[in-house]
Structures are given as C-alpha cells and as structure tokens.
Design a protein around this ligand. Structure first.
Ligand SMILES: Cc1cc2nc3c(=O)[nH]c(=O)nc-3n(C[C@H](O)[C@H](O)[C@H](O)COP(=O)(O)OP(=O)(O)OC[C@H]3O[C@@H](n4cnc5c(N)ncnc54)[C@H](O)[C@@H]3O)c2cc1C
Length: 398
C-alpha cells in the first residue's frame, strides 16, 4: 500500500496552499489562531470566499455546484486549511443534509435547498438529540401527526449546535408510535420561524451559548417537507451519520495544535531553559506526537481504502476515539506550557472587545476557554464510550 501522495495530489496541495495564502482573510485566521470566538458573519464570509472558488461543498457533484473532490483531496484541503488557521466550514447543510437530499430527497427539494446552502441563504441545524435520546437516539419522542397536507409537530430537541444562527432545522420525528422504535421515525425539514418553534440557549462551561434547546408546540409543517418516505427516517439518519463522521480523526486540527504547543514550548522558559528541554514536558509532547503520527497513518490507510471504493466500518470509531483523545491532550499540554497565565477565563478577549495588554504568551487568553470547549469532542457525534463498545464488538469480537 502506497501512502504517499501522487504528483497530481501534490500539485493539488500546492494549489490549496496558494489559495489559502491569497484568499484567507488575515483577521479571520488570527481569530482562529488565538482561539477567539467566530460569529455568524465570520463563518458566512469564509463560506462565500470558498463558494466563489467552487470549494465550499467538497463532496457534492460538480453539476450541483460542488467540488467533486476525492476523499484524498478532501483530506488535503482540510489539513492545509487547519494549518493556515482557516475557520471550519459549518457542516450541517453542506456535509450532513445535502448528501441525504441527493440520495433520498425529491428533485424539488434538491433544486430548492442546495443552491440556498451554497449561497448562505439557509443556515441549517441538526435536530436529532432529545433529553433521554442521545446515545439511544431511536428512543426519540418528538411527535409529528399528519393533518391533511401538514404535519403537526410537538416535542423538544436539545444540544442543537449554532441553532441561534439557523433559519432551518432538519429533524427526526416520530410518526408511528406503535412501530418498533427504529421503524416509526421520519426525517422532516422545518422552518425555524414557523409559529410554535422556540429556541433557548444553553451556555457551556466555556461561557459560550454554542448549543440550544429547541421546542415545538403545535408546529405546522408542510407535508412536502418530508424527506423520502414516512417512517423510513432511521435509514436516512444513519446515512447522514456516515457523512457526519468523515474527517472525524481531525488530523489537521491536531497538526496545527501540535505546531502551536511546540512553538510555545520553545518560547517560554522553565528553570532558565526553554520548556521544550524539560524532560517531563518533552516526554509528554513526544508521546502525543507519536500517537498523532500513528493515527495520521491509520487515517491515510482508511482514505486509501475509501479511494478504492471500500466504505470505512469500525475504523471510523477508532479514528474518533484516538483523534479526540489527542486533540484534548494537546489543549491540556498547551495550558501546561502557558502556566498560570492560562488559568483565567477571559471572555472579553474571546469576543474581541478587549484592549488590555495580554499577560504572558499571546496564546494564553484563549487557552482556558478552548481547553474547556474541547471536552465536547468526546461526547458529540457519538460518545467515546459508545465508540469503544463498537470497537470491542466489531474489531475485537464479542
Ligand atoms: C457540544 C455538543 C454539541 C452537540 N450538537 C448536536 C447537534 O447539533 N444536534 C444534535 O442532534 N445533537 C447534538 N449533540 C448531542 C450529542 O450527539 C449527544 O450529546 C451524544 O450523542 C450523547 O448523548 P447524551 O448527551 O444524551 O448522553 P447519554 O446518552 O445520556 O450518555 C451519558 C453517558 O453515558 C454513556 N453511555 C450511554 N449509553 C451507553 C452505553 N450503552 N454503553 C456505555 N456507555 C454509555 C455515554 O457515553 C455518556 O458518557 C451535541 C452534543 C454536544 C455535547
């Protein structure tokens, strides 16, 4: 198996580097580099730049405005974008909903929604989880009852990421309460401004209202907003999750974070020497770098298999597990390197409303919030305990 990039892939990598060097706005990359908060405008500005280049939707077919990239090209772009401190592209419309619509939606749904995702007119959020239905998602209770040419929706979703920016939500709803729990679920598209939809922010430990609760109280949804067939939503939900879990390893994020930790460790001193020369710190840094190299190789192996047409199976659980452990360890090491300056939580700095002089290293003010925020990685997209069970059952046997 050859894990090195072909000449064409290396040329593509150079093209991506050139594009990022000329088109990524400096103020945006500075925000990302220093772990400041990105607002809706920031994400939309970057989406528009990518869309102008034809690179906003890497996996979509070219005839729908996508880039039509291979898995390796997607990987190269993500890696380079992280190293250049580009904002992430918001996945809900682009990598989650669009593939479902292309596979199961009507022609009218594809024609209506895909261009609006690209233009930024629609910001989608994901209404899967409910109180009591996270890991055990099929237990969801939000009800949709057919009433003529509408569904009437009642219930509650939770942990809805960036729902405060969204004008649309794709939801799993129960349409047959008597069927086996996976069989009575449908996939419904709902306008957030429909009467009866209420959003309530949940403030996370880092002080950010990144997630929300969404309540549905007799919400009338046109029946044409059903995706695919009634009661077949679980199939579409699982299909979506395979797309949600692409790039789950986050190799690019970890490469960028590792470079930052190394730089900080060479710039701050401990006992009169650069921290990088402290044997305890150096050993911890070396261990995470080795883990990252091993995971990056596994990731390339899986990409090579995907390129050859083989769908990743339990390997994606291994990548999720290792990838999130490595990313969390890197945020922990960065705080260790920054010392006491990394302890205070500084919301004004994060929101850009601060003009006080930074105490300690430039990475210090954003470090605490980022450390806390990254605890989420081992919970969302399927918690690490669940991934361990999948690995135990599918790889180790049991
Ligand atoms: C920051 C963040 C953003 C999110 N964004 C979204 C979003 O946009 N849209 C959306 O729909 N959802 C979202 N989620 C929800 C996320 O998918 C769930 O939090 C996740 O699936 C876990 O479900 P839960 O929170 O209900 O925990 P639970 O399922 O109640 O689990 C609690 C604990 O028990 C463990 N556990 C549960 N079952 C088992 C088992 N069988 N074996 C071993 N251990 C088990 C879990 O691993 C976990 O540690 C988000 C979550 C977070 C934290």
């Amino acid at each position: 198996m050859d894990l090195s990039f072909t000449q064409a892939e290396q040329d593509f990598q150079q093209e991506v580097r050139d594009f990022l060097a000329t088109s990524l706005p400096h103020d945006l990359s500075e925000k990302v580099r220093l772990n400041k908060r990105l607002g809706k405008d920031d994400y939309q500005r970057w989406h528009a730049i990518l869309n102008d280049k034809g690179w906003l939707a890497p996996g979509w077919p070219v005839e729908h405005g996508g880039a039509g990239w291979s898995p390796v090209q997607k990987h190269i772009f993500e890696d380079e974008a992280c190293l250049a401190h580009a904002p992430r592209t918001v996945p809900f419309g682009i990598t989650m909903l669009a593939p479902v619509l292309l596979a199961f939606g009507t022609e009218a749904q594809v024609a209506r929604y895909l261009p609006r995702i690209l233009s930024g007119e629609d910001w989608w959020c994901q209404g899967y989880s409910e109180p009591g239905a996270g890991s055990d998602l099929a237990s969801l209770k939000t009800r949709a009852v057919r009433d003529g040419d509408h569904y009437i929706v009642n219930g509650q979703k939770t942990w809805t990421t960036l729902g405060q920016h969204a004008n649309k939500i794709f939801c799993l709803v129960r349409t047959d309460p008597d069927a086996k729990k996976q069989e009575g679920i449908s996939f419904l598209l709902i306008d957030m401004d429909t009467p009866g939809v209420t959003l309530r922010p949940i403030t996370l430990i880092d002080g950010q209202p990144e997630v929300n609760e969404v309540f549905f109280d007799d919400v009338r949804v046109p029946a044409e907003n059903l995706v695919g067939e009634e009661n077949k939503g679980w199939t579409y939900a699982k299909y979506l999750l395979t797309h949600e879990r692409t790039n789950i390893a986050g190799v690019g994020f970890s490469n960028a974070a590792l470079a930052t930790v190394k730089r900080v460790a060479s710039e701050v001193t401990s006992g009169g020497k650069p921290l990088a020369q402290n044997p305890f710190f150096a050993a911890r840094l070396a261990q995470v770098e080795i883990d990252l190299m091993a995971m990056a190789t596994t990731n390339l192996r899986i990409l090579a298999a995907a390129e050859a047409g083989r769908a990743p199976g339990p390997e994606s659980s291994m990548l999720k597990l290792k990838g999130t452990i490595i990313r969390q360890e890197l945020t922990s090491l960065l705080r260790r390197a920054l010392g006491p300056h990394a302890l205070p939580h500084q919301p004004d700095f994060l929101d850009g409303g601060d003009n006080a002089e930074t105490l300690g290293h430039e990475q210090a003010p954003g470090a605490a919030a980022n450390y806390f925020n990254m605890r989420k990685l081992s919970i969302f997209g399927g918690s690490n305990e669940i991934q361990r069970t999948i690995v135990a059952k599918s790889v180790l046997g049991g």
